[in-house]
Design a protein around this ligand. Structure first.
Ligand code: DAH
Length: 336
């Protein structure tokens, strides 16, 4: 019996399906009630106990093989039928779906986050609709102080559209967990005349580091590292003293673009220096408004425009190009 099983096994293995030998013919020949394998099983019942031992597993193996072969072919035939029914032509070349691409602002923001992550900063975000307190009051803008005019504000009833991401500093400090080392990206709004250089909304990234003993030297070193990473090793920077209500002392940081090209002279108004961000040591009044003791803790903060540095990085001359959503423009950018 064992030889017959082996012979059928070889037959099954060699069985080739075609137009005349479909799954159903295979089933009839081997697996149906009168099929060869079923007949072997009938015979098996009358074998001696000894014989059963040696034949049993070989026979079962044969049955499994035949069933698998039948099942696979049946599925193939079913799919063929479906395809024919649907009128689909599977021999046609595959349709290439157009690939998406990241928006240049997203590419730059991701890169900024990557650089600050590498310095141990975490990321956090706050609301775009703010109250006067978080956008101004807690940041040491005095009531009726002209400093509020520095930023033309959109008002919504009792609220404002945040004019800067500095409001997120307050939200984070209020949580009462120190030390803090955060970058906070997001969209901000200002009621400015729309032009190639300014839009009524744009993007900023805010940085904040509060701990015991944080100094201006830490601020400079952090920003210096950022510039080397983002704009390239050897990029020259300078700090100019400045004024912001929420920092004391305050500074603005410029990077050296040079005056060698027409474009650089235009961008830097002939000076060669490009302003990239505002920064400073967090004002004691700001710490106090968040219940942080300025005698115990100090910190630095900085804020920069993401749109602006993206324009610099890619030589984009009109900020509105970011938001018109012309896919031909938006598809051109790759990682920095
Ligand atoms: N919030 C300022 C602006 O929008 C930028 C800024 C300046 C942020 C100094 C800071 C800072 O954190 O320390 O013009």
């Amino acid at each position: 019996m064992i030889e017959r099983i082996q012979k059928i096994q070889q037959e099954v293995e060699a069985y080739v399906f075609d137009e005349n030998q479909k799954a159903e013919s295979f089933r009839l020949a081997y697996l149906s009630k009168k099929g060869l394998i079923t007949t072997l099983f009938d015979e098996f019942k009358s074998c001696s106990v000894e014989e059963k031992k040696s034949v049993g597993s070989v026979l079962n193996q044969l049955k499994r093989l035949a069933e698998e072969k039948y099942q696979t072919q049946k599925e193939v035939e079913e799919t063929q039928q479906e395809v024919q029914g649907s009128g689909e032509d599977r021999s046609l070349p595959v349709y290439q779906f157009p690939e998406g691409s990241l928006h240049p602002l997203r590419i730059v923001e991701d890169r900024l986050l990557e650089i600050f992550y590498s310095l141990g900063f975490d990321v956090s975000e706050g609301p775009e609709i703010e109250d006067d307190y978080h956008n101004f009051g807690a940041l040491n803008f005095a009531e009726d102080h002209p400093a509020r005019d520095m930023q033309d504000t959109f008002f919504i009833a009792e609220h404002v559209l945040r004019t800067h991401t500095s409001s997120v500093q307050i939200r984070e400090m209020e949580k009462g967990k120190l030390p803090l080392r955060l970058v906070m990206p997001g969209r901000v709004y200002r009621n400015e005349a729309v032009s190639a250089r300014s839009n009524c909304f744009f993007h900023q990234i805010e940085g904040l580091y509060i701990d015991k003993g944080v100094s201006f030297a830490d601020l400079k070193q952090t920003l210096y590292y950022f510039v080397q990473q983002f704009f390239g090793e050897g990029t020259k920077v300078r700090f100019r003293s400045s004024y912001f209500p929420f920092t004391e002392p305050s500074a603005e940081m410029d990077i050296w673009a040079g005056t060698d090209t027409e474009e650089n002279r235009r961008l830097t108004k002939g000076t060669g220096w490009l302003e990239v961000l505002g920064c400073g040591m967090v004002h004691p009044n700001v710490l106090k408004s968040c219940n942080i003791d300025p005698e115990e803790y100090t910190g630095f903060a900085f804020g920069m425009g993401i749109d602006r540095i993206t324009m610099l990085k890619y030589g984009i001359t009109d900020i509105r190009d970011f938001f018109i959503n012309d896919v031909r423009m938006l598809k051109q950018f790759s990682g920095v």
